[in-house]
Design a binder for this molecule. Structure first.
Ligand code: PHE
Length: 342
């Protein structure tokens, strides 16, 4: 009997290597280990054996069964692996496809939210969205904007100069995109350019070395200050509601003439005066003016034919006002406790 059992095992081991698919593997296993299988049949005679011998044979039968199972398992694994490899060749995943019903993983940064809102507004008025580098040439950032190397205005916008790269600075404002856009698109032109700017600041709740602006420019024949006021009023009302007014007061910027400091009615007190507007009723949110002829010339636009206005919104400031953020440093901190609120 012992021999019969061992023969059974050898038979199985010989056959198992020859099967070529999972179905015949299953059949083979049943043939040996199934209820009406060979092992059961071989063990029928066990009942007639003496206790001692039955124990010994039982042990062998178990070992045979185990060996068959192991061989079966090994072969099954081989088939599974083959099947996996085959389907991997056929199936593919589009990793660019958006997750359907997936858990949302983040939120849009408040600066980006306000930026997108303004981009929508300006494109609806026919403005294009322009872009320029954050690491900018000294020329585009200052000189071309009527700020020659010796001009004191350079001190107002102290920036980060780059070691070993002469004439290159981290841009201090988005106004550098004015020149780039004029050169690229010519006149007439309507563009806005949102982006990151940098200044060498001693940081505190109101000052940060990195912040955002939104530049804008409109050039055409016969553009005047009233066009500028009209466009900026639309922006102010879009941001803070229909009753919002704007106030323009003279301010010097080398690249505009005349230049203005732009304020909007304080949205908190509606102009009565409160803590937010420091009792003035007005909030300062942009700088603007009629593009200086020298700047038009640098952009390749003839100032005798064309005129235009330009403006620069403090995007970061708009965001702080909108959400009542009292420390500018939160915005660039990357702190999730802050960002998850938006
Ligand atoms: N670039 C100016 C600043 O950063 C803002 C400005 C833009 C003023 C365009 C006038 C015209 O302060």
């Amino acid at each position: 009997m012992k021999k019969d059992l061992e023969q059974l095992k050898d038979d199985f081991l010989a056959l198992v290597d020859k099967v070529t698919d999972r179905e015949s593997l299953e059949t083979l296993r049943n043939e040996f280990l199934g209820r009406k299988g060979k092992l059961k049949a071989a063990m029928k005679e066990m009942a007639q054996l003496a206790d001692e011998e039955r124990k010994a044979i039982g042990k062998i039968a178990n070992e045979v069964k185990e060996a068959i199972e192991v061989a079966y398992g090994g072969q099954e694994e081989t088939f599974k692996k083959l099947q996996r490899e085959e389907s991997m060749g056929k199936e593919w995943i589009d990793v660019t496809q958006p997750v359907i019903g997936g858990e949302s993983r983040g939120s849009i940064h408040p600066v980006t939210q306000v930026q997108q809102e303004l981009e929508d507004l300006f494109t609806s008025m026919g403005f294009i969205i322009a872009d320029g580098p954050e690491l900018e040439s000294d020329y585009y950032n200052f000189t071309a904007l009527n700020i020659p190397p010796t001009h004191p205005a350079r001190d107002m916008q102290d920036t980060f100069y780059v070691e070993g790269a002469d004439g290159v600075v981290m841009r201090t404002h988005t106004s550098s995109v004015q020149i780039r856009s004029m050169r690229r698109y010519g006149a007439p032109l309507r563009m806005v350019a949102p982006g990151r700017c940098f200044r060498n600041e001693a940081t505190d709740v109101r000052h940060e070395h990195t912040f955002h602006q939104l530049e804008g420019m409109m050039i055409d024949k016969g553009i005047s200050l009233s066009h500028m006021k009209g466009v900026l009023e639309i922006v102010a009302r879009h941001l803070y509601g229909e009753e919002t007014h704007i106030r323009l007061r003279p301010k010097f910027y080398p690249f505009v003439e005349p230049g203005v400091n732009g304020e909007v009615t304080c949205f908190l007190c509606k102009g009565d005066g409160c803590r937010l507007c420091k009792k003035t009723g007005w909030l300062e949110v942009f700088g603007a003016g009629m593009v200086h002829p020298n700047v038009l010339r640098e952009g390749g636009v003839d100032p005798d034919e064309y005129s235009g206005f330009a403006f620069g919104f403090g995007l970061t400031r708009l965001v702080m006002l909108k959400y009542g953020i009292d420390d500018i440093r939160h915005l660039e901190s990357g702190d999730l406790r802050f960002l998850k609120q938006f």
